[in-house]
Design a binder for this molecule. Structure first.
Ligand code: AMP
Ligand code: MG
Length: 410
Protein backbone atom coordinates (compact mmCIF):
# COMPACT_ATOMS: atom_id res chain seq x y z
CA UNK A 1 0.00 0.00 0.00
CA UNK A 2 1.60 3.28 -1.05
CA UNK A 3 1.00 6.44 0.92
CA UNK A 4 -1.16 9.07 -0.80
CA UNK A 5 -2.07 12.57 0.29
CA UNK A 6 -5.52 13.64 1.41
CA UNK A 7 -5.90 15.79 -1.72
CA UNK A 8 -4.91 12.95 -4.00
CA UNK A 9 -7.36 10.54 -2.35
CA UNK A 10 -10.18 13.08 -2.53
CA UNK A 11 -9.44 13.82 -6.17
CA UNK A 12 -9.48 10.13 -7.09
CA UNK A 13 -12.88 9.79 -5.43
CA UNK A 14 -14.39 12.88 -7.06
CA UNK A 15 -13.13 11.89 -10.50
CA UNK A 16 -15.14 8.68 -10.29
CA UNK A 17 -18.46 10.33 -9.37
CA UNK A 18 -20.87 11.69 -12.01
CA UNK A 19 -23.64 14.03 -10.81
CA UNK A 20 -27.15 12.59 -10.42
CA UNK A 21 -29.84 13.47 -12.98
CA UNK A 22 -31.96 16.59 -12.99
CA UNK A 23 -35.63 17.55 -12.86
CA UNK A 24 -37.86 20.64 -12.81
CA UNK A 25 -39.26 21.49 -9.39
CA UNK A 26 -41.79 24.10 -8.23
CA UNK A 27 -39.96 27.14 -6.89
CA UNK A 28 -41.35 26.81 -3.37
CA UNK A 29 -39.63 23.42 -2.94
CA UNK A 30 -36.22 24.58 -4.17
CA UNK A 31 -34.59 25.94 -1.01
CA UNK A 32 -31.12 24.36 -0.74
CA UNK A 33 -31.39 22.56 -4.08
CA UNK A 34 -28.63 22.82 -6.69
CA UNK A 35 -29.45 24.62 -9.94
CA UNK A 36 -29.05 22.45 -13.03
CA UNK A 37 -28.86 25.25 -15.59
CA UNK A 38 -27.89 28.90 -15.90
CA UNK A 39 -30.69 31.37 -15.21
CA UNK A 40 -31.06 34.14 -17.78
CA UNK A 41 -33.41 37.06 -17.16
CA UNK A 42 -36.37 37.11 -19.57
CA UNK A 43 -37.48 40.51 -18.27
CA UNK A 44 -35.73 43.64 -17.03
CA UNK A 45 -35.85 44.52 -13.34
CA UNK A 46 -37.37 46.84 -12.52
CA UNK A 47 -39.49 46.49 -15.63
CA UNK A 48 -40.62 50.16 -15.55
CA UNK A 49 -39.17 53.39 -14.12
CA UNK A 50 -40.59 53.73 -10.62
CA UNK A 51 -40.37 55.75 -7.48
CA UNK A 52 -37.91 54.82 -4.76
CA UNK A 53 -39.77 56.92 -2.18
CA UNK A 54 -43.21 57.98 -1.06
CA UNK A 55 -43.39 61.60 -2.23
CA UNK A 56 -44.17 63.80 -5.22
CA UNK A 57 -43.10 63.21 -8.81
CA UNK A 58 -41.91 66.55 -10.18
CA UNK A 59 -39.87 68.28 -12.85
CA UNK A 60 -36.54 68.79 -11.04
CA UNK A 61 -36.15 72.26 -12.59
CA UNK A 62 -39.29 73.38 -10.71
CA UNK A 63 -37.61 72.77 -7.34
CA UNK A 64 -34.48 74.87 -7.96
CA UNK A 65 -33.77 77.15 -4.99
CA UNK A 66 -36.47 75.63 -2.76
CA UNK A 67 -35.94 75.94 1.00
CA UNK A 68 -38.15 75.91 4.11
CA UNK A 69 -38.08 79.72 4.11
CA UNK A 70 -38.84 79.91 0.43
CA UNK A 71 -40.76 76.78 -0.66
CA UNK A 72 -41.79 76.08 -4.25
CA UNK A 73 -45.53 75.55 -4.56
CA UNK A 74 -46.62 72.94 -7.13
CA UNK A 75 -50.12 71.97 -8.26
CA UNK A 76 -50.89 68.30 -7.57
CA UNK A 77 -52.54 66.98 -10.73
CA UNK A 78 -52.48 63.22 -10.13
CA UNK A 79 -52.32 60.60 -7.39
CA UNK A 80 -50.34 57.47 -8.30
CA UNK A 81 -50.64 54.44 -6.04
CA UNK A 82 -48.37 51.42 -6.63
CA UNK A 83 -49.80 49.03 -9.20
CA UNK A 84 -51.38 51.49 -11.63
CA UNK A 85 -50.00 53.04 -14.80
CA UNK A 86 -50.25 56.89 -14.74
CA UNK A 87 -51.72 58.49 -17.86
CA UNK A 88 -51.55 62.18 -17.10
CA UNK A 89 -48.27 63.93 -17.99
CA UNK A 90 -46.68 66.29 -15.46
CA UNK A 91 -46.28 69.80 -16.85
CA UNK A 92 -44.24 72.77 -15.56
CA UNK A 93 -45.35 73.80 -12.05
CA UNK A 94 -47.13 70.48 -11.55
CA UNK A 95 -46.58 67.41 -9.39
CA UNK A 96 -48.18 64.01 -8.75
CA UNK A 97 -48.37 62.32 -5.38
CA UNK A 98 -46.58 58.98 -5.83
CA UNK A 99 -46.01 55.89 -3.71
CA UNK A 100 -42.86 53.77 -3.50
CA UNK A 101 -42.82 51.36 -6.43
CA UNK A 102 -45.41 53.29 -8.46
CA UNK A 103 -44.55 54.12 -12.10
CA UNK A 104 -43.06 57.57 -12.81
CA UNK A 105 -45.55 59.63 -14.85
CA UNK A 106 -44.51 61.10 -18.22
CA UNK A 107 -42.94 64.55 -17.85
CA UNK A 108 -41.60 64.00 -14.33
CA UNK A 109 -37.86 63.44 -13.87
CA UNK A 110 -37.42 63.26 -10.08
CA UNK A 111 -39.27 62.44 -6.88
CA UNK A 112 -39.29 64.77 -3.86
CA UNK A 113 -39.57 62.66 -0.68
CA UNK A 114 -42.70 63.45 1.29
CA UNK A 115 -40.50 64.46 4.25
CA UNK A 116 -39.22 67.42 2.19
CA UNK A 117 -42.73 68.83 1.71
CA UNK A 118 -45.51 70.31 3.82
CA UNK A 119 -47.80 67.31 3.21
CA UNK A 120 -48.66 65.46 6.42
CA UNK A 121 -47.63 61.96 5.41
CA UNK A 122 -48.24 60.43 8.84
CA UNK A 123 -52.00 60.26 8.27
CA UNK A 124 -52.88 57.04 6.43
CA UNK A 125 -55.80 57.43 4.04
CA UNK A 126 -55.21 61.17 3.65
CA UNK A 127 -56.23 62.24 0.11
CA UNK A 128 -53.65 63.99 -2.07
CA UNK A 129 -53.51 67.78 -1.47
CA UNK A 130 -54.37 70.30 -4.17
CA UNK A 131 -51.02 72.02 -3.80
CA UNK A 132 -47.77 70.97 -2.22
CA UNK A 133 -44.95 73.12 -0.86
CA UNK A 134 -41.49 71.70 -1.60
CA UNK A 135 -38.73 72.60 0.87
CA UNK A 136 -35.70 71.06 -0.84
CA UNK A 137 -34.47 71.05 -4.44
CA UNK A 138 -34.02 67.65 -6.16
CA UNK A 139 -31.61 66.79 -8.94
CA UNK A 140 -32.95 65.16 -12.12
CA UNK A 141 -33.16 61.38 -11.72
CA UNK A 142 -33.30 61.56 -7.93
CA UNK A 143 -35.33 58.78 -6.22
CA UNK A 144 -36.18 57.17 -9.54
CA UNK A 145 -35.35 53.49 -10.00
CA UNK A 146 -34.71 53.14 -13.71
CA UNK A 147 -36.02 50.28 -15.78
CA UNK A 148 -33.33 47.56 -16.05
CA UNK A 149 -31.10 49.15 -13.43
CA UNK A 150 -31.11 46.02 -11.26
CA UNK A 151 -31.22 43.25 -13.87
CA UNK A 152 -30.72 43.68 -17.62
CA UNK A 153 -32.65 41.69 -20.20
CA UNK A 154 -30.75 38.48 -20.96
CA UNK A 155 -28.38 38.83 -18.02
CA UNK A 156 -27.21 35.55 -16.45
CA UNK A 157 -28.15 36.02 -12.80
CA UNK A 158 -27.43 32.53 -11.44
CA UNK A 159 -25.25 29.70 -12.58
CA UNK A 160 -25.68 25.99 -12.87
CA UNK A 161 -24.17 24.26 -9.84
CA UNK A 162 -25.05 26.86 -7.26
CA UNK A 163 -27.10 25.99 -4.20
CA UNK A 164 -30.30 28.03 -4.02
CA UNK A 165 -30.69 30.34 -1.03
CA UNK A 166 -33.66 32.37 0.17
CA UNK A 167 -32.69 35.48 -1.80
CA UNK A 168 -32.19 33.40 -4.96
CA UNK A 169 -35.75 32.12 -4.71
CA UNK A 170 -36.97 35.71 -4.40
CA UNK A 171 -35.17 36.82 -7.55
CA UNK A 172 -36.30 33.73 -9.49
CA UNK A 173 -39.83 34.62 -8.52
CA UNK A 174 -39.46 38.22 -9.72
CA UNK A 175 -38.16 36.87 -13.02
CA UNK A 176 -41.23 34.64 -13.38
CA UNK A 177 -39.66 31.20 -12.84
CA UNK A 178 -42.50 29.17 -11.33
CA UNK A 179 -40.26 26.12 -11.56
CA UNK A 180 -36.52 25.67 -12.00
CA UNK A 181 -34.22 22.87 -13.17
CA UNK A 182 -32.37 21.33 -10.22
CA UNK A 183 -30.36 18.21 -9.54
CA UNK A 184 -32.16 15.37 -7.83
CA UNK A 185 -31.13 14.99 -4.20
CA UNK A 186 -28.54 12.19 -3.91
CA UNK A 187 -29.81 9.22 -1.91
CA UNK A 188 -27.32 7.82 0.57
CA UNK A 189 -27.67 4.47 2.30
CA UNK A 190 -26.02 4.28 5.72
CA UNK A 191 -25.34 1.38 8.01
CA UNK A 192 -23.31 0.76 11.12
CA UNK A 193 -21.34 -2.42 11.60
CA UNK A 194 -20.48 -4.31 14.74
CA UNK A 195 -21.84 -6.94 17.13
CA UNK A 196 -21.23 -4.57 20.02
CA UNK A 197 -23.67 -1.96 18.71
CA UNK A 198 -27.14 -1.42 20.11
CA UNK A 199 -29.81 1.17 19.38
CA UNK A 200 -30.21 4.32 21.43
CA UNK A 201 -33.28 3.06 23.28
CA UNK A 202 -31.88 -0.36 24.21
CA UNK A 203 -30.56 -0.98 27.72
CA UNK A 204 -26.82 -0.67 28.03
CA UNK A 205 -25.49 -4.10 28.96
CA UNK A 206 -21.81 -4.88 29.54
CA UNK A 207 -19.82 -5.15 26.32
CA UNK A 208 -22.30 -3.15 24.25
CA UNK A 209 -22.05 0.38 22.87
CA UNK A 210 -24.89 2.56 21.65
CA UNK A 211 -24.62 3.42 17.97
CA UNK A 212 -23.42 7.02 17.68
CA UNK A 213 -22.42 7.03 14.04
CA UNK A 214 -25.95 6.41 12.80
CA UNK A 215 -26.95 9.77 14.22
CA UNK A 216 -23.81 11.76 13.48
CA UNK A 217 -23.41 10.55 9.91
CA UNK A 218 -27.12 10.91 9.10
CA UNK A 219 -27.04 14.50 10.30
CA UNK A 220 -23.84 15.30 8.41
CA UNK A 221 -25.14 13.77 5.19
CA UNK A 222 -28.41 15.67 5.45
CA UNK A 223 -26.51 18.88 6.02
CA UNK A 224 -24.54 18.12 2.85
CA UNK A 225 -27.82 17.84 0.90
CA UNK A 226 -28.32 14.06 0.77
CA UNK A 227 -31.46 12.10 1.53
CA UNK A 228 -30.40 9.42 4.02
CA UNK A 229 -31.76 5.90 4.19
CA UNK A 230 -30.55 4.31 7.42
CA UNK A 231 -30.38 0.56 7.00
CA UNK A 232 -29.63 -0.30 10.61
CA UNK A 233 -26.83 -2.20 12.25
CA UNK A 234 -25.12 -5.04 10.42
CA UNK A 235 -23.76 -7.80 12.59
CA UNK A 236 -20.17 -8.89 12.19
CA UNK A 237 -21.24 -11.69 9.88
CA UNK A 238 -21.08 -12.19 6.13
CA UNK A 239 -24.84 -12.70 5.60
CA UNK A 240 -25.75 -9.68 7.66
CA UNK A 241 -23.46 -7.35 5.71
CA UNK A 242 -24.62 -8.88 2.42
CA UNK A 243 -28.24 -8.39 3.41
CA UNK A 244 -27.76 -4.73 4.25
CA UNK A 245 -25.87 -4.02 1.03
CA UNK A 246 -28.59 -5.69 -1.04
CA UNK A 247 -31.20 -3.53 0.64
CA UNK A 248 -29.16 -0.48 -0.37
CA UNK A 249 -29.30 -1.70 -3.97
CA UNK A 250 -33.08 -2.22 -3.78
CA UNK A 251 -33.43 1.33 -2.51
CA UNK A 252 -31.66 2.57 -5.64
CA UNK A 253 -29.28 4.76 -3.73
CA UNK A 254 -26.53 6.84 -5.26
CA UNK A 255 -24.02 6.19 -2.49
CA UNK A 256 -23.46 3.68 0.32
CA UNK A 257 -21.64 4.62 3.51
CA UNK A 258 -20.79 2.22 6.30
CA UNK A 259 -18.97 2.85 9.53
CA UNK A 260 -16.76 0.22 11.14
CA UNK A 261 -16.13 -3.28 9.94
CA UNK A 262 -13.49 -2.25 7.43
CA UNK A 263 -10.45 -2.73 9.63
CA UNK A 264 -8.44 -5.88 9.46
CA UNK A 265 -10.15 -7.28 12.56
CA UNK A 266 -11.08 -10.95 12.51
CA UNK A 267 -14.78 -10.07 12.18
CA UNK A 268 -14.57 -7.42 9.52
CA UNK A 269 -16.52 -8.85 6.62
CA UNK A 270 -17.39 -5.67 4.80
CA UNK A 271 -14.30 -5.86 2.59
CA UNK A 272 -15.00 -9.42 1.53
CA UNK A 273 -18.68 -8.85 0.81
CA UNK A 274 -18.18 -5.62 -1.12
CA UNK A 275 -15.45 -7.24 -3.19
CA UNK A 276 -17.67 -10.21 -4.02
CA UNK A 277 -19.89 -7.91 -6.12
CA UNK A 278 -17.74 -4.89 -6.64
CA UNK A 279 -14.34 -3.60 -5.74
CA UNK A 280 -12.71 -1.86 -2.84
CA UNK A 281 -9.58 0.24 -2.68
CA UNK A 282 -7.67 0.40 0.56
CA UNK A 283 -5.72 3.59 0.35
CA UNK A 284 -3.16 4.46 2.94
CA UNK A 285 -3.89 8.15 3.28
CA UNK A 286 -1.35 10.37 4.96
CA UNK A 287 -3.79 11.70 7.56
CA UNK A 288 -4.68 11.49 11.21
CA UNK A 289 -7.05 10.22 12.41
CA UNK A 290 -6.80 7.64 9.69
CA UNK A 291 -7.34 4.00 9.15
CA UNK A 292 -6.89 2.94 5.59
CA UNK A 293 -9.54 4.84 3.62
CA UNK A 294 -11.81 2.38 1.89
CA UNK A 295 -13.59 3.55 -1.21
CA UNK A 296 -14.99 1.47 -4.04
CA UNK A 297 -18.28 0.28 -5.43
CA UNK A 298 -20.86 -2.38 -4.65
CA UNK A 299 -22.81 -3.33 -7.79
CA UNK A 300 -21.68 -0.07 -9.36
CA UNK A 301 -22.89 2.06 -6.43
CA UNK A 302 -20.07 4.12 -4.92
CA UNK A 303 -19.18 2.79 -1.46
CA UNK A 304 -17.33 4.39 1.46
CA UNK A 305 -16.17 2.41 4.45
CA UNK A 306 -15.56 4.88 7.25
CA UNK A 307 -13.75 3.94 10.46
CA UNK A 308 -15.89 2.94 13.44
CA UNK A 309 -14.47 5.26 16.03
CA UNK A 310 -16.96 8.12 16.21
CA UNK A 311 -14.44 10.95 15.85
CA UNK A 312 -12.67 9.23 12.95
CA UNK A 313 -16.01 8.60 11.26
CA UNK A 314 -16.93 12.28 11.62
CA UNK A 315 -13.63 13.53 10.23
CA UNK A 316 -13.58 10.93 7.46
CA UNK A 317 -17.03 12.13 6.46
CA UNK A 318 -16.05 15.80 6.42
CA UNK A 319 -12.84 15.18 4.49
CA UNK A 320 -14.11 12.69 1.90
CA UNK A 321 -17.85 12.02 1.95
CA UNK A 322 -19.11 15.61 2.09
CA UNK A 323 -17.22 16.57 -1.09
CA UNK A 324 -18.47 13.34 -2.69
CA UNK A 325 -22.10 14.21 -1.88
CA UNK A 326 -21.55 17.72 -3.22
CA UNK A 327 -20.17 16.26 -6.45
CA UNK A 328 -23.12 13.88 -6.80
CA UNK A 329 -25.46 16.83 -6.13
CA UNK A 330 -24.04 18.73 -9.09
CA UNK A 331 -22.86 21.39 -6.65
CA UNK A 332 -19.92 23.55 -7.66
CA UNK A 333 -19.49 24.40 -4.05
CA UNK A 334 -15.75 24.92 -4.14
CA UNK A 335 -13.42 23.96 -1.33
CA UNK A 336 -14.59 24.40 2.22
CA UNK A 337 -13.62 27.85 3.58
CA UNK A 338 -10.44 27.90 5.64
CA UNK A 339 -10.05 30.20 8.62
CA UNK A 340 -6.58 31.21 9.80
CA UNK A 341 -6.27 30.94 13.58
CA UNK A 342 -3.42 31.43 16.06
CA UNK A 343 -2.41 28.66 18.43
CA UNK A 344 -2.75 29.37 22.15
CA UNK A 345 -0.60 26.37 23.00
CA UNK A 346 2.20 24.32 21.49
CA UNK A 347 1.03 21.42 19.32
CA UNK A 348 2.77 18.11 18.58
CA UNK A 349 1.91 16.25 15.41
CA UNK A 350 3.35 13.16 13.77
CA UNK A 351 3.97 14.44 10.27
CA UNK A 352 0.63 13.29 8.85
CA UNK A 353 -2.06 15.83 7.85
CA UNK A 354 -3.82 16.03 11.19
CA UNK A 355 -7.32 17.14 12.10
CA UNK A 356 -7.40 18.28 15.72
CA UNK A 357 -10.43 19.24 17.78
CA UNK A 358 -10.24 22.79 19.08
CA UNK A 359 -12.16 25.72 20.47
CA UNK A 360 -11.64 28.89 18.46
CA UNK A 361 -12.56 32.15 20.11
CA UNK A 362 -12.20 35.81 19.33
CA UNK A 363 -9.69 37.44 21.67
CA UNK A 364 -9.40 41.17 20.99
CA UNK A 365 -10.12 40.67 17.30
CA UNK A 366 -7.76 37.69 16.89
CA UNK A 367 -9.05 34.16 16.40
CA UNK A 368 -7.19 31.99 18.91
CA UNK A 369 -7.37 28.20 19.21
CA UNK A 370 -6.83 25.72 22.00
CA UNK A 371 -7.31 21.97 21.84
CA UNK A 372 -10.25 20.31 23.58
CA UNK A 373 -8.57 17.78 25.78
CA UNK A 374 -7.90 14.17 24.88
CA UNK A 375 -7.59 13.71 21.13
CA UNK A 376 -8.18 9.93 21.07
CA UNK A 377 -10.42 8.96 18.16
CA UNK A 378 -12.97 7.35 20.45
CA UNK A 379 -13.39 10.49 22.59
CA UNK A 380 -16.55 12.00 21.22
CA UNK A 381 -16.89 14.54 24.04
CA UNK A 382 -13.80 16.40 22.88
CA UNK A 383 -15.49 16.81 19.47
CA UNK A 384 -18.68 17.93 21.17
CA UNK A 385 -16.70 20.59 23.05
CA UNK A 386 -14.94 21.72 19.86
CA UNK A 387 -16.17 24.36 17.44
CA UNK A 388 -13.37 23.87 14.93
CA UNK A 389 -10.98 21.37 13.42
CA UNK A 390 -7.40 22.54 13.11
CA UNK A 391 -5.62 21.22 10.03
CA UNK A 392 -1.95 20.61 10.71
CA UNK A 393 -0.23 20.05 7.34
CA UNK A 394 1.75 16.96 6.53
CA UNK A 395 5.44 17.21 7.31
CA UNK A 396 4.88 19.32 10.43
CA UNK A 397 5.83 17.70 13.74
CA UNK A 398 5.46 20.56 16.16
CA UNK A 399 4.18 24.12 16.28
CA UNK A 400 4.87 26.75 18.94
CA UNK A 401 2.25 28.92 20.65
CA UNK A 402 1.33 31.83 18.39
CA UNK A 403 1.78 29.84 15.16
CA UNK A 404 -0.87 30.42 12.49
CA UNK A 405 -2.77 27.31 11.32
CA UNK A 406 -5.73 26.54 9.05
CA UNK A 407 -9.05 25.67 10.64
CA UNK A 408 -12.48 24.51 9.57
CA UNK A 409 -15.16 26.07 11.69
CA UNK A 410 -17.82 23.53 12.61
P1 AMP B 1 -14.01 -0.97 14.20
O1 AMP B 1 -13.84 0.00 13.09
O2 AMP B 1 -15.10 -1.94 13.95
O3 AMP B 1 -12.71 -1.61 14.53
O4 AMP B 1 -14.45 -0.12 15.47
C1 AMP B 1 -13.58 0.78 16.10
C2 AMP B 1 -14.18 1.31 17.38
O5 AMP B 1 -15.30 2.12 17.10
C3 AMP B 1 -14.68 0.24 18.32
O6 AMP B 1 -14.40 0.68 19.65
C4 AMP B 1 -16.16 0.23 18.09
O7 AMP B 1 -16.90 -0.26 19.19
C5 AMP B 1 -16.45 1.68 17.84
N1 AMP B 1 -17.62 1.87 17.01
C6 AMP B 1 -17.84 1.28 15.82
N2 AMP B 1 -19.00 1.67 15.30
C7 AMP B 1 -19.55 2.53 16.18
C8 AMP B 1 -20.76 3.27 16.20
N3 AMP B 1 -21.63 3.20 15.18
N4 AMP B 1 -21.02 4.05 17.26
C9 AMP B 1 -20.13 4.13 18.28
N5 AMP B 1 -18.97 3.46 18.32
C10 AMP B 1 -18.67 2.67 17.28
MG1 MG C 1 -15.98 -3.60 14.67
Amino acid sequence: MTLISVDEARQRILDSLPPVNTLDLPLRTCMGRVLAGDIRAGVELPSFDNSGMDGFAVRAADTLGASPASPRTLRVVADIPAGTMPQQPIGPGEAARIMTGAPIPPGADAVVPVEDTDFNYRLAGEPAPQNVNVFQPVKPGRNIRLRGSDVALGQVVMQSGQRLRAQDLGLLSMLGFASVPVYRQPRMALFSGGDELILVDEPLVPGKVRDANAYTLTALAQSAGAEVIFLGIAADARESVQNVLERAVEQQVDLIVSSAGVSVGAFDFVKEVVESRGHLNFWKVNMRPGKPLTFGAYRDIPFFGLPGNPVSAFIGFEVFVRPAIERLSGCRCGARPIQKVLLDEAIESDGRESYLRAVVSDVNGQLRARLTGHQGSGNLLSLVQANALLIIPSGVKSLPPGASVDAWLL
